[in-house]
Design a protein around this ligand. Structure first.
Ligand code: FPP
Length: 246
């Protein structure tokens, strides 16, 4: 494994401005199924390979100096998949949450989750909650796993919390304050793999002004160089936030 300094030096050599990185990167990790199908192997092996990619991309993002990484591990719509795939994904994420804890510590990663955790199997919920609790004081990258996550559901949950507190009207700041992780800044860059140009209900509220980068490779094929290229593409954009870039 190259050191963080070597990762940063190689990225700078390839033209990345390390002083202007996206602070928060979100990733829709798409194409595990296609990766597996093209090899004639079960879809779950694609997800397992995607897990390996996620580990290396998380550590690479941390090395580069990205402060927040949020990934779509299981969407609120993914329950519609065949039972064997849903159960396999739940088990894979649970195993990962348990097995990776030591690596999260060694790399100073702070783990967060986003989604309706009350609807996921108990074992997975407990593993995720333990990861969040035990890494809460880490000061490196904040890594958020979106599990049973839907952007619309997140907004609905925020509004319902406001109503439960007796609010009679809402405005943007009030909703922002009730999202799953209100302290995490909005994503600057959203990456989607496998060529699809859709948000698929990911970070709908927070991603309002995010720059989008779509990569043709499937998620298991995605690597550090692709992350650096996506960040370079982000740096080439002029962000206007609805106003005038000048
Ligand atoms: C989309 O590919 C991917 C998912 C629905 C799951 C993402 C899960 C992982 C990357 C692995 C496990 C995660 C953790 C946190 C350990 P797809 O199946 O929709 O691909 P397809 O569109 O080619 O069928």
């Amino acid at each position: 494994m190259p050191s963080a300094d070597a990762v940063r030096a190689a990225a700078a050599d390839s033209g990345l401005d390390l002083s202007a990185l996206p602070v928060h990167v979100g990733i829709i990790m798409d194409g595990n199924g296609r990766w597996a199908r093209s090899r004639g192997i079960p879809r779950l092996l694609g997800h397992r390979e995607g897990y390996k990619t996620l580990r290396s991309v998380l550590l690479a993002a941390n090395d580069l100096g990205v402060k927040y990484l949020t990934v779509y591990a299981f969407s609120a719509e993914n329950w519609r998949r065949p039972k064997v795939e849903v159960e396999g994904l739940m088990k894979l994420i649970e195993r990962a949450a348990i097995d990776e804890l030591r690596i999260m510590f060694r790399n100073n990663v702070r783990v967060k989750v986003a989604g309706r955790l009350n609807e996921v199997p108990d074992g997975l919920r407990r593993a995720l909650e333990k990861g969040v609790e035990t890494t809460a004081d880490n000061t490196g990258i904040t890594f958020t796993l979106a599990v049973n996550y839907g952007g619309r559901a997140e907004i609905v949950d925020a509004v319902n919390r406001l109503m439960a507190e007796g609010e009679r009207s809402v405005h943007e700041d009030k909703i922002s304050a009730k999202l799953y992780n209100p302290d995490i800044p909005e994503p600057d860059l959203l990456i989607r793999t496998a060529g699809e140009m859709r948000l698929s209900n990911f970070l709908l509220w927070q991603g309002a002004y995010a720059e989008l980068v779509v990569v043709e490779k499937t998620w298991p094929e995605f690597n550090l160089e692709d992350l650096v290229e996506a960040c370079k593409s982000f740096q080439s954009r002029t962000r206007k936030f609805g106003g005038d870039a000048e």
